[in-house]
Ligand binder design. Sequence first.
Ligand code: MCF
Ligand code: FE
Length: 406
Amino acid sequence: MAKILEAKYLFVEGSYLKDKAVLFDKKIIAINSKKNLLKISPNAKVTNFSGNSVIYPGFINPHTHLEFSANSATLKYGSFIEWLYSVFENRDTLVKELTKEKLNSAISQMLKSGVTTFGAISSFGADLEACKNAPQRVVYFNEVIGSSPAMVDALFNDFKMRLKESQDIADDKFYPAVAIHSPYSVHPILLREVIKIVKEQNLMLTAHFLESKAEREWLEEAKGDFKELFENFFKTSSPVNSIEGFLSAFKEQKTLFTHCTQAKKEEIEQINSSNSSVIHCPRSNRLLNCGKLDINSVKNLLLGTDGLSSNYSLSILDELKSALIMHTEIEPKELALNLINAVTTNASKALDIKVGKIEKEYFADFAIFTLPDDLANTSDGSIALQSIINCNQADAIFIDGERVNF
Ligand code: MCF
Ligand code: FE
């Protein structure tokens, strides 16, 4: 049966419509006044969210690592290279400590914060079942990682197996996709072969890119903190990719690049011109001391929490608050609206899924929030700002047109 949701504000095409409602079944049918919608569908079940309620398209967190959900204080924060050493040291233990409960609690944290679609970077497939059973829509990014030439074949085969396993259970709530870990950790042959598969099968693609100063120094000059790490762990003293070489492999391939905190304007422009986007993970970047993304140069900006491997919560509302406070160079109302667009409209553009917009034929995925008081200023920027600072949890969530308990 068709349903109608009515609230004080409805977030449509980057602005807040007043006293409008949305008609939907599994997908959105129309946006209009309740009165007009009832003419289209007289028997629709109407739910009115009273007070200062806002209906948003369900938020999108395109970048997390659920397999690291057992971490709270095991991994070392404060320096990227120390964090990386601590990942090598503790990864096996963290994977052993990973339980269904921990995976589900991470998924539920995202849901409570209004996230109805998330992107999970999966390194081993240990999160496959939890992602398949999640209430949300999931883009399941099978990760490829490995810089040693001797390991290329084995790693490629393992990747293909995981990809296939996820493709066997694909549906309109579960989208198999590909993650290339980073320029320092993926051998160029592996890179080339995996991108070939991505293109042939038209898969969504993501990659970590230019996250730390150490990464940049290693890729450009083969020195710095990464040198010692690579010599110790991988017995090599030169990087497998250059920055240009890595980027050129992604030419004409729409990609979600994560971090880019150490990217130069020209590199961001190259990303912009290939229709790709940048996933900003401000808390992860701060905690690993990686610097701050120049968000003004990014054409399509997204916002992600990263995993509990480099963050203290998976709430997208916490991430929005941090981003708002961190980018002091941008006027708060303008920034707030940009950030709301990052978790909705922009993410919608980046993913090949009809989510992140309240628009006809899009999936009926919604997150409803309530602001505590009548707003003195009802400009779009002001509503966005008040939403970010006042909301800590969604009031209601709909996915595929059905209300979800959380
Ligand atoms: O985004 C953060 C920091 N940058 C890179 N990788 C990861 C992050 N959180 C988890 N990871 C994972 C990554 O997917 O760490 C592993 C990879 O599997 C080791 S990095 C050599
Ligand atoms: Fe990450």
